[in-house]
Ligand binder design. Structure first.
Ligand SMILES: C[S@@+](CC[C@H](N)C(=O)[O-])C[C@H]1O[C@@H](n2cnc3c(N)ncnc32)[C@H](O)[C@@H]1O
Length: 207
């Protein structure tokens, strides 16, 4: 019974959500598109010709925005555990980013193994055990930062979803010296009750 109520509450919230309604009207695959649109309007991360990695890409809301804005001559390499419908200008890889094979597939899809921008909206399946969920989320954010260090061209940028809690300050302290600027943003489309925020790190300066 309790489960049924929970599902109904989620469904009510979903259908009444103005961002969901807008995404359906405007042809975006998820409400998440508006988070990236806002971050990009503010920071100018997506430009024609850029090579973009989109981690945790399904169902493809961020990839749609990125592909639109790097056109012409740009490329989005999108990776997720889940299948994703094809999109023009997007190379989709269905793989686990935590596995060596997933990382290898991603690296070989990048021209010269390099990217101008790494995006990570990765979030693990929520178990409900808060400490474990936070640790898994921060683990994914750490892997995204490692990938950025491996593939970003000097001057490149990184956008990573983070959750306030254990490991947050340590992640920021590790990432900050690698970039000329690092800011924490909470886009309007991000639910107020969620601890989710986005780190936007610009102008990569390899050691
Ligand atoms: C919030 S959703 C991403 C929404 C997407 N940015 C959009 O705009 O439509 C988070 C995604 O992270 C993916 N994910 C979680 N862990 C992963 C892993 N280890 N490897 C690949 N994808 C993963 C999930 O499958 C899920 O699709």
């Amino acid at each position: 019974m309790a489960k049924k109520t929970g599902k109904r509450t989620w469904m009510n919230r979903h259908v009444n959500d103005p961002w969901v309604q807008r995404s359906q009207k405007e042809g975006y695959r998820s409400r998440a598109s508006y988070k990236l649109l806002e971050l990009d309007d503010r920071h100018g991360l997506l430009k024609p010709g850029r090579i973009v990695v989109d981690l945790g890409a399904a169902p493809g809301g961020w990839s749609q925005v990125a592909a639109e804005r790097v056109r012409p001559n740009g490329l989005v390499v999108a990776l997720d555990l889940l299948p994703m419908e094809p999109l023009a200008g997007v190379q989709v890889i269905q793989a686990d980013f935590e596995e060596e094979a997933g990382l290898d597939a991603l690296l070989s899809a990048l021209p010269d193994g390099r990217a101008d921008l790494v995006l990570s909206d990765l979030s693990p399946n929520i178990s409900g055990v808060r400490v474990a969920d936070q640790a898994r989320s921060m683990g994914l954010a750490e892997l995204a930062l490692e990938l950025a260090q491996q593939v970003l061209r000097p001057g490149g940028s990184l956008v990573v979803k983070l959750f306030h809690g254990a490991g947050f300050d340590a992640w920021v302290a590790t990432a900050r010296p690698l970039f000329a600027a690092l800011r924490i943003r909470k886009p309007e489309a991000s639910r107020a009750e969620s601890r989710e925020v986005y780190a936007v790190a610009e102008d990569f300066r390899p050691a």
